[in-house]
Design a protein. Structure first.
Length: 390
């Protein structure tokens, strides 16, 4: 197996002092202001059929700092401000590459509060992290140690809507190496009654995290709706309570997905999944809430990057292939297959198996798409998401 170098982010909670919280809040505001100013400048230039790149916005930032109106930008570290311009450059690159929509302005209330520091703007010594413009190190809760000898290359500080402070340290993790090859393979079918149904017959129940806290969330949202709109302290407190319930749901969901994907990657060499159009599926009003709670897209994303880390193969079956109605033994295609039917037996005595279809596509490299073509469709070879070379 090839030696791989994985850069991994280690996220920790920390409790800032009053002075640190004030400094970070001021930095978040300046980062948002610079991002919006640069976006406005680039948008205005675009209307004139001109293009503005990162270097030009960096020169603009220098000029903005010299004005009386924006002189407060000099009070915070310049590195997070430059990083904001780089993030905007990446956003435009994704837009022109047709990988994302046009960049949007950051909102003071809705946008994520974060600031990114590179090596020149922080000091990490003896397990203590000190950011630029700060006299004391951050009070980090080290829930797990960093890899031995690891040195952070980038530090991102953030505050979520529930008021929790986090610091994310990006460093190379030498402990992530390809696992020994195995001959096992598994097919995975995601669902709502059961979160996962494996080709081995094992089923993972859907915990429905959002439903468990739905009453608590509704109560918090009603209390927020009663508060007068504006920047009042009572409304901010009610908004934070709503965010705390949502954070509880998100944390439990992500914890389960991490455990499931790690187990699947460790135990199987080849994993076959379905290429679902989740964005279109959530347009169904009666199922949108349940589908969002199941987090199928997040499950697939975790599965992909962990498979890449540990030398596993992930294959996606074409979303238009009738895998739920096609017998993998004799090829008989059922006329109808209601959504509530999860298993069925063919007249030949075989049971539908998603794994057989996926393995055929991965080995042969042939498309599993029927005689139907759609714009942007991909063959099975192009859907081979992650492939490790020995």
């Amino acid at each position: 197996m090839k030696t791989i170098h994985v850069k991994r982010a280690f996220k920790y909670r920390f409790r800032p002092t009053d002075a640190q919280a004030a400094e970070l809040s001021r930095t978040f505001g300046c980062v948002r202001k610079v991002y919006n100013l640069a976006l406005a400048a680039r948008t205005e230039a675009w209307t004139r059929q001109e293009r503005v790149n990162y270097n030009q916005t960096s020169a603009m930032l220098t000029a903005w700092k010299k004005t009386e109106e924006l002189a407060y930008l000099n009070e915070v570290s310049s590195v997070p401000l430059q990083q904001a311009l780089r993030h905007l450059q990446t956003a435009f690159a994704n837009f022109f590459g047709k990988r994302a929509k046009y960049p949007r302005f950051k909102s003071r209330k809705k946008s994520r509060k974060s600031a990114e520091y590179t090596t020149s703007a922080f000091r990490f010594r003896d397990g203590k992290l000190t950011l630029a413009k700060m006299a004391e190190p951050l009070g980090i809760v080290w829930s797990r140690p960093l890899p031995e000898g690891a040195t952070p290359s980038t530090v991102t500080v953030s505050q979520d809507a529930a008021g929790r402070w986090y610091v994310s340290l990006l460093c190379e993790d030498p402990t992530v190496q390809p696992l020994p090859a195995t001959g096992t393979a598994v097919g995975i079918d995601v669902g709502l009654d059961h979160l996962l149904t494996l080709s081995t017959g094992e089923k993972v129940s859907n915990p429905r995290h959002e439903r468990r806290d739905r009453a608590r969330l509704a109560r918090a949202q009603r209390q927020l709706a009663r508060k007068a709109k504006g920047d009042g302290a009572n409304r901010a407190k009610a908004r934070r309570k709503v965010a705390q319930v949502c954070a509880r749901i998100t944390d439990r969901r992500r914890d389960l997905l991490h455990k499931l994907t790690t187990q699947l990657v460790r135990e199987n060499q080849t994993i076959v999944i379905e290429d679902l159009a989740v964005r279109n599926m959530v347009k169904n009003g009666s199922l949108a809430r349940a589908i969002s709670d199941a987090a199928w897209s997040e499950f697939r994303s975790m599965l992909e990057y962990k498979a890449q880390w540990y030398g596993r193969d992930v294959f996606a079956i074409d979303r238009w292939f009738p895998s739920s109605k096609l017998c993998s033994a004799c090829g008989t295609l059922q006329d109808k297959m209601p959504l509530n039917v999860r298993t069925w037996t063919c007249a030949c005595g075989a049971t539908h198996d998603i794994l057989a279809v996926g393995l055929t596509a991965s080995v042969c490299g042939a498309g599993v798409r029927p005689q139907r073509s759609t714009p942007g469709g991909q063959s099975a070879m192009k859907q081979k998401l992650l492939r490790r070379e020995p």
